[in-house]
Design a protein around this ligand. Structure first.
Ligand code: NAP
Length: 489
């Protein structure tokens, strides 16, 4: 009889009473358990200051689970793996107690000394926690030790480097798993497959056949109750430095020679290194910032960003960024990658549009004299799938063509079974697969690119607000493409 080998580990979640743990981590671990991807050889220790008991913690974990539960026995058997250990992470001596609890659970759950430390806390604690883990010997084990950290990874290159240096005093690069949850999304992971497993795309994936690539990630929501955090971040740091540039790297990279972590990351790093650096002047030519004013979303009035009680009434923080990125290598010379992301926009979606060049001699048009461009649209969220925009014959005896669309909808088929990004990333980390986590080199290159933009913007006050809530951003974002003869799709 075949036996399944499950990943085994004691997982310590720092920030166990927080929003991320409740909304993402517990439901994801439960889905892994429910889908039989992890067995019984795991335990979770929750750390935070609130004086909860094991019972209360298990109750909270139970409340956070969204999957329909069949029986109480099943859910109790899952939550019985959870233990709560309250302490302030700045209190060094508590790490000693944490170690004995880990050792006990290691024996009880036969986790072979494997340890995952998940820092679901504000980044100012990362260095302290990592150093205490090191100092109190929590890494001294026969199994593996991995550290998972969340964004924001620094505020600029300098602070990111300082943070990285602190982490590296305690952990090797190979032990550090930096989460960019976009890399856990099904269709972001599918970019490589669409490109490298389909001859009809990869052969055309270059400046001879592609005119431009557009990445849009728009949100309906404003900053909600995160105004204070957002004031020191803005869309550039919150979205562009990480998620948007990661998608650019996946679209622009060369095919790796193997699908190993090192090979994939090395190609992504090369793509990021090929991005043309900006100057202050080219920042103003190639990047547009925006901030939402009041408007209407789904027929309801909404306030502008500056009206938020946690936000400066003269705030210069951008809630929208559009930009043109040029990649100076043989494959992409001359092809703009346009990115656009913002809050309080017309719809919530993330998609990539690859626009192909027209044929050298296309004799057909759609009746209005216009050519119909071929597009490959990769829908990341909420829809997951691809649409190919082609041309076909109109059945009226004329030479007029009509646009047709070939659709593949991933979440229509998989339905609710499409794994959550966090679920996949936690599973990957337990299995030691760091491919879909960001390497320090990627973080560093992304910050260096973004820092020029933030410095240029800080040198000049913007005329905000400059877009209405419920729109697709400021007019200048449209003009950015119009100047090049394109439009947003
Ligand atoms: P949060 O709701 O504010 O939770 C922070 C957690 O840290 C709480 O459990 C808090 O518990 C604990 N904590 C704070 N100070 C502590 C201390 N001195 N010692 C021990 N525990 C302490 O924050 P969050 O939204 O979960 O975010 C956590 C991290 O993930 C942040 O870096 C955030 O930027 C990042 N992130 C969050 C999301 C999200 O969806 N929420 C998404 C992406 C990234 P006590 O008050 O009980 O101590």
């Amino acid at each position: 009889m075949e036996t399944t080998t499950y990943p085994k580990a004691v997982i310590v979640i720092f920030g166990a009473t927080g929003d991320l743990a409740k909304r993402k981590l517990y439901p994801s671990i439960h889905r892994l358990f429910n889908n039989n991807q992890i067995g019984d050889e795991f335990a979770v220790i929750g750390v935070a200051r609130r004086p909860w008991t094991n019972d209360l913690f298990r109750e909270k974990v139970k409340e956070s689970i969204q999957t329909p539960i069949t029986t109480d026995e099943e859910i109790d058997s899952f939550t019985s793996h959870f233990y709560y250990h309250p302490f302030d992470v700045t209190d060094k001596s508590s790490f000693q107690d944490l170690m004995s609890l880990m050792n006990d659970l290691d024996g009880q759950y036969r986790t072979e000394g494997n340890r995952m430390f998940y820092l679901a806390m504000a980044p100012e604690f990362f260095g302290t926690i990592a150093q205490n883990i090191q100092e109190y010997g929590l890494k001294e084990t026969n199994g593996w030790t991995r550290l998972v950290i969340e964004k924001p990874f620094g505020h600029n290159f300098e602070s990111a480097k300082k943070l990285n240096d602190e982490l590296r005093e305690a952990f090797d690069e190979k032990q550090i798993y930096r989460i960019d949850h976009y890399l856990g999304k099904e269709m972001v992971q599918n970019i490589e497959v669409i490109r490298f497993a389909n001859a009809i795309f990869e052969h055309l994936w270059n400046n001879r056949f592609i005119s431009n690539i557009q990445i849009t990630s728009s949100e309906l929501l404003g900053v909600e109750d995160r105004g204070k955090y957002y004031e020191s971040s803005g869309a550039l740091r919150d979205m562009v430095q990480n998620h948007m540039l990661q998608m650019v790297a996946l679209l622009a990279m060369e095919p790796p020679i193997k699908l190993t972590t090192d090979e994939v990351r090395s190609e992504k790093v090369k793509a990021l290194r090929s991005i043309r650096p900006l100057t202050k002047q080219s920042t103003f030519d190639h990047f547009v910032r925006g901030q939402y004013g009041k408007g209407e979303i789904e027929e309801e009035h909404v306030d502008g960003y500056r009206e938020d009680p946690n936000v400066d009434s003269e705030s210069n923080t951008e809630t929208f960024v559009a930009g043109k990125i040029m990649i100076d290598n043989y494959r992409w010379a001359g092809v703009p990658f346009y990115i656009r992301t913002g809050k309080r926009m017309k719809e919530k979606l993330t998609k990539i549009v690859v626009e192909f060049k027209d044929l050298p001699m296309n004799l057909y048009n759609n009746g209005s004299g216009k050519k119909q461009t071929n597009l490959l649209v990769i829908h990341i969220q909420p829809d997951e799938g691809i649409t190919l925009h082609l041309n076909a014959k109109q059945s009226d005896g004329t030479r007029t063509i009509i646009p047709i669309q070939l659709d593949y909808c991933n979440n229509c088929i998989n339905g609710i079974n499409t794994p959550e990004a966090y679920e996949k990333l936690i599973y990957d980390c337990m299995n030691g697969d760091a491919t879909n986590f960001t390497h320090w080199d990627e973080v560093a290159l992304s910050w260096q690119f973004v820092d020029t933009i933030s410095k240029a913007w800080e040198s000049q006050k913007a005329e905000f607000p400059n877009y209405t809530s419920g729109s697709m951003g400021p007019d200048d974002a449209d003009k950015l493409l119009e100047k090049d003869g394109f439009n947003w799709w």
